[in-house]
Ligand binder design. Sequence first.
Ligand SMILES: [Zn+2]
Length: 511
Amino acid sequence: MTLLIRNASILAMDKRNGTTPFSGDMLIANGTIAAIGPELALPANAREIDGRGKLLMPGLINAHLHSSETFFKGRYQHMPLEIWMLYAYPLLMKGPISSRLLYLRSLLVAMESLKAGVTTIVDDFFDPPGFDLDRLRLVFDAYDDAGIRANISHCVIDKHVFDTMPYLRDTIPAALQAEVQGPSITPDAYMDYCADVFASQHGRSDRLGFMISASAPQRCSIEMMQACTELAIEKSVPYHTHILETKTQAVTGTEFYGKSLIRYMHDLGLLSANTTIAHSIWVSNEDMELMGAADCSIAHNAISNLKLGSGIAPIRRLLDAGVNVGLGTDGLCSNDTARIFDVMRFAALLHGVATPETDRWVSASDVLRSATIAGARTAMLDKVTGSLEVGKRADVVMIDLGGYDYMPMNELDHHLVYCENGSGIRMVIVNGEITVEDGKLLTINEEDIFAELRELLPAYMKDHAELERLNARFEPYMREMYRRATLQDVGMNRYQGDLPLWPGQNSVVGR
Ligand SMILES: [Zn+2]
């Protein structure tokens, strides 16, 4: 497909122009941005598109997502991570989701993402209990068919869940503990599996990549994390992980290792430029320095962090420390949409309450960077996408500047962050192919997929409700663990406000 878009406003997000728009034409050919400039010649067989009154901007990057949660959208509220996981990632399962629903689940999140202007997703795929290349291939198939760019992991955990949080072994009755099987994957077996994925899936369709994901330092053995880090560096792909999302995890570091989980990773040599950390909320000043010095990235999930009551990440201080910051939705039952435009607005508004020093607030252009080029860096795709530059793959969103959100037009970057919610999107191009035009997904028949989901999902959701009842038996013990952990002083506060920590306690969180 060759496209020539004439006389558009262009927000390139490249080094030279940043968030300052300019007018011009854009030629897209062979999947790449072939030229940007005034009055470009129309090649034979090119489709010419009138860009007047339209904006071209880089496709948005969702730096952290779990496709496994897609069917639980709108299902949970008022649960902190540790309780919510009991239901979103049940300890007791009846068997994995069917192959067809596995495919449709990934397809649905890709479809929703594309329509919201997200051209790259980072899917930290989770599929217990096993590692089955045929099942992971279905996730790749879904993103291939949808036409989206994706980094896909197959997240590994090799510690028993009751050994990944403090106090559980002491509090959960032995009979209940005995019901839950631990994982059996070894570092060697996981490395063999990853080698198979790299050989068969990595680089598919010029837009699908495999990345390495060890779920979290407290959930994996040192041997597993070291093997994963070595492989990520060897293959030049991210080592994607979760660190210090909750106060419970801050306490876990001290309880298990006598140090913060970031310091633990650092001391093991596991922080590198390949390391992308989801959340990074309960990080200390020293943690931030270590992350910056190692050139780490984070995925800031501004909405998910609020939905699960995890806290507010110290984004300005992370940026100051040299940490690269992208934006993620997280899974769709802690957010509960795939719209990065929503995360952008939250991220822009949230950090003003961190300090009265207005010049340290997170700005619209900071947020646009995180949603595009810095987001691409978290996926180690910043040479490929994230900005509109000649030679890069053509991942482009066209926005109609004629609607309410731009009447009247003042500062364009402010409009994109504080006004736009995706309703202005007219076209979404990935790898040079039009995937969305005038509100319609061109790659997949949306009506057919919705009809199939309506047919298949009731039985699946009924089974899931049964699992929730089964797993609810663990909730009192998880709540007690959560209460004990969150009562402790970890030397920082990432909650909002100064309410007492728990009823009856004089201790307050603010300090
Ligand atoms: Zn996550």
